[in-house]
Design a protein around this ligand. Structure first.
Ligand code: SAH
Length: 367
């Protein structure tokens, strides 16, 4: 018998980040305020400040009695994310931030503005335990799970920056959140679900984003995909497939040795069936590794007829990597063959390459 998934992928034991308002449901916020000797109705006041105005400094919350500000600040707004470095690219439309957490761990988030939408890419863990050999985060292993407030805080920080008008294109709002920063979100399952609820609960309980604007990306932890299917959320599921055959996927996405391509695709189709949402298949094109025409055909055969979309990502080589992005003609042929199978496909634009946009590269350098 194999060990349950939670034991195999459990994060190392470490100090937990201090509790923050954004870790709590609205009922828990009321209880926490009463425990701090405050009236329960302040929960709504504070939530409006945080989720509606992106304030987290109680000194700026002028409707709070002076005497309560420090107590509430200490009890519910501990500093969780300290910016270490901020880099911009794409004429200011891409902003990448490296954050230091309370225990010194580093994570990254990236804000990307496109015509008509703004996407925030967030981290769900410090490091990652999935060990995909082409991914910068995978090389260093897992440090720890983030808390819900550490995840939500990345989005609140991005929202604040956008609202301030400091991002090229003028003031705006985040429309999409993708769990494609550091970490395997489904290995931090409960916390990621509560973060998704904070992001999508209506203001003032949460940030009021659309569930359909949230994408959870996974290497393919099958039991967790099945659990997500039952969660009653309409988030988009992205599956990092990267190879249509077990032989290669065992190498590129080591968790495949546990849950095979057929199993993970079955779980993805069940998700699509339940939610009526198109599953996004992520496929990093790696020159002469997974970009052969026959693999495009095999992928096309396995996906054809399903509610699916393929997102091809030109590999962003990590430092010292022996792998690189596919040749343009191979990429074109890959697209053509998928389309010939009737599978919708797009090639992801590569934002922020000059600032080490790929997953985990910047934090790795900083460390
Ligand atoms: N652990 C989750 C989410 C984080 S990674 C997952 O694997 O889905 C987000 C996406 O970036 C994944 O599809 C991942 O495979 C891809 N990725 C990681 N490193 C990359 C690189 N160097 N070049 C291109 N894509 C990469």
């Amino acid at each position: 018998m194999s060990a349950p998934v939670d034991l195999v992928f459990a994060a190392p034991r470490r100090g937990k980040p201090p509790r923050h308002l954004a870790d709590l449901s609205s009922d828990e916020r009321r209880e926490a305020l009463v425990a701090l000797g405050e009236p329960a109705y302040r929960a709504r006041q504070l939530s409006t400040h945080y989720f509606g105005r992106y304030l987290d400094d109680t000194a700026e919350m002028t409707d709070l009695p002076q005497a309560s500000r420090d107590r509430i600040g200490d009890g519910l707004f501990p500093p969780l994310l300290t910016p270490v470095r901020t880099l911009t690219a794409d004429a200011g439309a891409t902003v990448k931030t490296v954050w230091r957490l309370f225990d010194g761990a580093l994570v990254e988030s990236v804000l990307m503005r496109y015509p008509g939408r703004v996407t925030m890419c967030v981290s769900s863990q410090a490091g990652c335990g999935m060990a995909c050999p082409f991914c910068a985060t995978g090389q260093a292993g897992l440090t720890r799970n983030l808390s819900a407030a550490e995840i939500v805080g990345q989005v609140v920080a991005g929202s604040r920056l956008l609202a301030s008008g400091e991002v090229a294109g003028g003031p705006g709002r985040i429309s999409n959140v993708v769990f494609m920063g550091m970490g395997e979100p489904l290995a931090n399952y409960r916390t990621v679900i509560s973060a998704v609820r904070r992001l999508t609960d209506p203001v003032p309980d949460g940030l009021g984003m659309s569930q359909r604007g949230v994408t959870v990306s996974t290497v393919g932890l099958v039991p967790r995909i099945r659990q997500l299917t039952e969660e009653g959320l309409s988030v988009t599921l992205a599956l990092s497939l990267h190879a249509p055959d077990d032989e290669l996927r065992d190498e590129l996405v080591p968790v495949n040795t546990r849950w095979k391509v057929a199993e993970v695709l079955d779980a993805a189709w069940a998700y699509a069936e339940q939610t009526k949402r198109r599953v996004s298949i992520e496929y990093a094109l790696i020159r002469d590794i997974n970009d052969q025409a026959w693999r495009a055909d095999l992928l096309g055969e396995k996906l054809a007829g399903h509610l699916v979309h393929v997102n091809l990502i030109p590999l962003n080589p990590t430092p010292g990597s022996k792998w690189t992005a596919s040749r343009p003609e191979d990429e074109r042929e890959f697209v053509r063959r998928l389309e010939a199978h009737g599978v919708p496909v797009t090639v992801r634009d590569t934002r922020g390459q000059e600032i080490d946009g790929a997953c985990g590269q910047l934090a790795a350098k900083e460390a």
